[in-house]
Design a protein around this ligand. Structure first.
Ligand code: CP3
Length: 367
């Protein structure tokens, strides 16, 4: 029908928020901006909630998760709100216990190491993740955003899930990793089991993403945070095919997909083959070089070094402008960091970035 854009077998309303428009490479009145990990420990309001609740409690109580999501988006005055959740939540419904240990990140109690471990993982209980969709419903209701309303100022609501490689690495290593020895060993030596593991993850992740879209998420971001640990050959052989299936399936629910990884300069052309609408860029490659390398065939998100937020406002402004200049003249740039905000970040510097992005747009409009 008119007013809709065909998209991987589904239809996306044209004329949504400037964030969704930018994801689809449609022209926008100004570059949208939001931040990876915009709700988190650097923010006193989050710390206050965290004093009374564990991370998992916040994730599992839709009212709390929605509150944290909304507070961060409003305090920063950004163009998109990412739902407060964690990458590892789907582990529980697959039968894996984990916890977040203070200062150490996530710990999986019985890491997945054998074909039998993989055979035991369940894929029939994704319904248990419904609390994330319920939190999204609350955020959507708060921002009063019926779908298809042509208003650029509407806030984009972002749902998310992990990508198969990054989630598999947490399952197999039992936590964060430096060299991914267990993960790559399983990948090389028990390739059939590796593929079964990734397939199981995709079965759960597609159901999970679908719940989030049905709850009103405008866009889904797929986090492949640690894909940069792979060579291009290994990425292509062991990771790309399943990731492509996941992303295409999510797109068929009618939303654009942002595919994000860190240290991915050499992987970008292969990541592009997933047909993701947007690729997240880290700060190591200049945005214009990365985008040109992709033939401008998708939108891009990024790519300020999150540690720049510790500099004086003057330097931050220069870096923000440099990124905007690199992206100028082409639709399809979403301003963001190259990775998440770290805990000690001064909140006012994050707010400065939002201000700088807006000011620069206004300046350009006058010229
Ligand atoms: O505002 C937002 O971005 C939404 C919230 C969000 C969290 N985790 C909450 C969280 C998001 C998008 C995530 C995704 C996530 N979780 C990723 C991918 C994003 C990335 O940075 O690449 C990863 C790798 C994880 C796994 C994870 N969760 C780790 C490694 C850690 C510990 C690291 C740390 O900073 O301590 C977490 C814990 C976590 N998830 C926190 C938050 C706010 C901090 C812990 C706390 O509040 O106790």
């Amino acid at each position: 029908p008119p007013g809709f854009q065909a998209h991987a077998g589904a239809e996306i309303p044209i004329g949504g928020s400037r964030f969704v428009r930018a994801c689809l490479k449609q022209p926008v009145d100004r570059t949208p901006v939001w931040f990876l990990r915009q709700a988190g420990r650097y923010m006193p309001e989050y710390q206050a909630v965290r004093r009374h609740h564990t991370l998992l409690e916040i994730c599992k109580q839709p009212q709390l998760a929605a509150e944290v999501t909304i507070t961060a988006a409003e305090k920063l005055d950004v163009d998109a709100a990412i739902i407060f959740a964690d990458l590892l939540l789907p582990f529980e419904c697959m039968g894996l216990d984990f916890e977040f240990q203070a200062g150490e990140g996530p710990v999986v109690h019985h890491p997945v190491r054998t074909a039998d471990d993989i055979a035991r993982l369940r894929t029939d209980r994704a319904g248990e993740l419904g609390y994330v969709a319920q939190a999204i419903e609350r955020v959507v209701a708060h921002f009063g955003a019926p779908r298809g309303v042509p208003r650029q100022d509407r806030l984009g609501i972002i749902g998310f899930c992990g990508a198969p490689f990054t989630l598999a690495s947490y399952m197999i290593e039992g936590g964060g990793s430096r060299n991914y020895v267990h993960t790559k060993t399983l990948m090389y030596r028990q390739t059939d089991a590796w593929r079964r593991l990734l397939d199981k993850l995709v079965t759960v992740l597609t159901q999970y993403a679908r719940q989030q879209v049905e709850a009103g998420a405008d866009v889904i971001q797929v986090f492949d945070s640690w894909a940069g640990a792979l060579s291009v050959e290994d990425y292509r052989e062991f990771v790309l095919p399943t990731t492509k299936i996941l992303i295409r399936e999510i797109q068929s629910y009618g939303v654009p997909v942002i595919y994000f990884g860190v240290d991915t300069a050499t992987l970008l052309p292969a990541m592009r083959e997933t047909q993701a609408d947007v690729l997240g860029l880290d700060w190591r490659t200049p945005l214009d070089i990365a985008w040109r390398q992709l033939d401008y065939s998708c939108a891009v998100q990024g790519n300020l070094d999150p540690i720049t937020l510790f500099a004086e406002p003057e330097l931050i402004r220069n870096r923000v402008r440099h990124i905007l200049d690199q992206a100028a003249g082409k639709p399809g740039h979403i301003f963001n960091l190259g990775h998440g905000i770290v805990p000690e970040t001064p909140v006012e510097n994050v707010q400065h970035v939002v201000k700088f992005v807006r000011e620069y747009a206004a300046e350009k409009a006058i010229r």
